[in-house]
Design a protein. Structure first.
Ligand code: AKG
Length: 274
């Protein structure tokens, strides 16, 4: 990891995160990083499609047009580098409120679902496939020194350009600090699409978001392939998402400054920012 000194959200970015539950970080990855990540993910996809297994990577197919790959850091240096990226780790620590550990890595490579009628999709401005959140305001969030914090935070990098028809992530801005039943928030937001937001991004842009924010994959309406990579983080004492446990021997082989992020070795000796 290179020097992280001085890497922080601007006051405007922090305000955006507090109000809406997410902030877009433009141009974080350079073309070389984007190319290496795309190559690694396409190679993992091709291997899995050939019928071979790549432990500990797990995968789920959502049809021929959609594959989700998980537990990726052992597979390729580029994927590990993303999970401990010096331009991102300090920002995640800022909104978690202390030292973090990696909780999961997942990637999605997807295209338009051929079973979906394009004309039907065109009728709605936004077509989320399934709104959800990973934690809830109240037990998964806290306020400290007037700032909103979440104990489960993700960085999601777009590895392809994502225009309005290319399946940018759908969000319900502000839902990260609501205690309404989730189904009522989703129903109300779907009834007035002014309450929704769909990401548009260039390859290399990152969305930093609280997992208490209600979010969803979005149907693709174009013929473009979409590739995203997600890293999830928590305070050090929490566990990885099941299936995202990283081999201790692999962790031992890593540079010392990276090991605690991957292993969560800080555990209950959580170093807080306050
Ligand atoms: O596919 C996307 O754009 C969103 C991914 C997602 O829902 C998640 O990371 O939980």
């Amino acid at each position: 990891m290179t020097d992280q000194a001085g890497v922080q959200l601007t006051p405007s970015q922090r305000l955006h995160f507090d109000i809406y539950g997410f902030v877009m970080l433009r141009g974080v990855l350079n073309p070389d990083e984007i190319a290496r990540l795309n190559q690694a993910l396409q190679s993992a996809k091709a291997t899995i499609e050939s019928g071979a297994e790549i432990p500990p990577i797990y995968f789920n197919r959502g049809g021929d047009h959609h594959i989700l790959l998980g537990n990726l850091v052992q597979y390729d240096q580029a994927l590990l580098d993303y999970a401990v990226h010096p331009k991102l780790v300090p920002l995640v620590e800022e909104v978690v409120g202390g030292k973090i550990r990696l909780e999961e890595t997942e990637a999605i490579i997807n295209r338009r679902n051929p079973a979906k009628d394009r004309a039907e999709l065109a009728k709605r401005r936004y077509n989320p496939t399934g709104f959800h959140s990973g934690t809830k305001h109240g037990w998964g969030t806290y306020i400290e020194q007037d700032k909103f914090h979440c104990i489960f935070v993700k960085t999601l990098v777009y590895l392809t350009d994502v225009g309005p028809d290319d399946g940018g992530t759908s969000l319900i801005p502000g839902s990260h600090r609501l205690t309404w039943p989730q189904n009522r928030i989703i129903k109300a937001a779907m009834a007035d699409d002014g309450l929704l937001y769909q990401v548009k991004a260039k390859a290399g842009d990152v969305i930093l978001f609280a997992e208490s924010l209600i979010h969803s994959t979005t149907e693709i309406r174009s013929d473009n392939e979409r590739i995203i990579l997600i890293a999830g983080y928590t305070p050090t004492m929490f566990q990885p998402w099941p299936g995202n446990e990283v081999d201790p021997d692999f962790i031992d082989s890593l540079p010392e400054d990276i090991q605690p992020i991957i292993s969560g070795s800080g555990s209950w000796h959580w170093e807080r920012n306050y």
